[in-house]
Design a protein around this ligand. Structure first.
Ligand code: IPM
Ligand code: MG
Length: 365
């Protein structure tokens, strides 16, 4: 087990800073308690970087974060930067990290904590005990496919276009991650595509089927994305591990998050392998920068704190600490403490800071 934790913290924009502060509290306490050397550097990304450096991610920042063991990111974006040219927007900073570090496997667990059953918009019996893991391909597909752009055809006519491209090797590596993950869970894997309409996802399906030969114990099923979105809301517990393309994963993970009560509860890990075979990874909440509530100290920091838990599991291979954090979050919820987004009657409303403190108190016990 590593004793040095070299971590880059990128708070980003909007509520990013507030929730990152809570992650930091937890991290500092854990490193003291378990005797780690926490070597943490704060870096700029997104709008915060645009304002200071004129670019959503500077090459210097990229160089530094490439060397760290793990990256923790808050959120990027906001109305302030929406008018900017595409390449200059905050989101490009995040996408550049994913691409440059080749973080191709994105894990988005949707887990329903018992005390939060009432916060979901779905009936308790539909979501009680829900535990889905969505694996999203993160560095290919329509997000990065060429050609792309907006082209002027005539005075009044423009053409906007993006390309959904997948290469066999890109599908194969995410398939392997998905099958390996399914092997550690209930051995059920559902691959989501749109193979009835899109050739690139027909290839996706074929590669999934080919890969399944190596995992005879895993029960592989296929679902079209439109059906999958409907099934997620109708009967989410039919799923265990879902694997899907970059854009379908983006959409389905927002949907899956609401099953758990709030987008503010969903952590994520984006994992890749560097040239020297070491694991590279970034941890971030699935929710965005929520500019409407930024600076008000009311955002839910739990997705961020749970992302730290994922970091201990995936980057530092320490399930004990990961479980400790998850349990602390669950205890806080059991005691009725809530941020506004997960409030139901009789709960005690906490601010972002207070929620961070409560989780810390729980950890200390
Ligand atoms: C996500 C976000 C990002 C994405 C944005 C901020 C670029 O929605 O991580 O789900 O589309 O991947
Ligand atoms: Mg998204």
């Amino acid at each position: 087990m590593k004793k040095d934790l070299n971590i880059s913290l990128l708070p980003g924009d909007g509520i990013g800073k507030e929730i990152s502060n809570q992650a930091l509290k937890i991290l500092e306490w854990i490193s003291k308690k378990f005797d780690f050397n926490l070597n943490l550097t704060e870096e700029l990304v997104g709008g915060a970087s645009i304002d200071k450096l004129g670019t959503p991610l500077s090459d210097k920042t990229l160089g530094r974060i490439k060397k760290s063991d793990a990256i923790i990111l808050g959120a990027v974006g906001g109305p302030k930067w929406e008018g900017l040219k595409f390449e200059k927007r905050p989101e490009r900073g995040l996408l550049k990290i994913r691409k440059e570090l080749d973080l191709f496997a994105n894990f988005r667990p949707a887990l329903v904590f018992d005390p939060l059953i009432e916060s979901s918009s779905l009936k308790p019996e539909i979501i009680k005990g829900l535990d889905i893991l969505l694996i999203r391909e993160l560095t290919g597909g329509i997000y990065f496919g060429e050609p792309r752009g907006i082209k002027k055809i005539s005075e009044e006519k423009y053409k906007g276009f993006n390309t959904l491209v997948y290469y066999t090797n890109e599908i194969k590596r995410i398939a392997e991650v998905a099958f390996e993950t399914a092997m550690t869970r209930s051995k059920k894997l559902c691959s989501v595509d749109k193979a009835n309409v899109l050739e690139s996802t027909e290839l996706w399906r074929n590669v999934m089927i080919e890969c399944s030969q190596n995992y005879p114990e895993v029960e592989l099923s296929h679902m079209y994305v439109d059906n999958a979105s409907m099934q997620l809301v109708r009967d989410p517990k039919q799923f265990d591990v879902i694997v899907t393309t970059n854009m379908f994963g983006d959409i389905l993970s927002d949907c899956a998050s609401m099953l758990t009560g709030s987008l503010g509860m969903l952590p994520s890990a984006s994992v890749g392998v560097s040239e020297n075979g070491e694991r590279k990874a970034m941890y971030e909440p699935v929710h965005g920068s929520a500019p409407d509530i930024a600076g008000k100290n009311i955002a839910n920091p739990l997705a961020m704190i749970l992302s730290v838990s994922m970091m201990f599991k995936y980057s530092f291979e320490n399930e004990t600490i990961s479980t400790l954090i998850n349990d602390a979050v669950e205890s806080v919820l059991k005691k009725g403490f809530r941020t506004r987004d997960i409030l139901s009657k009789n709960d005690l409303i906490l601010s972002t800071d207070e929620m961070g403190e409560k989780v810390l108190e729980e950890l200390k016990q």
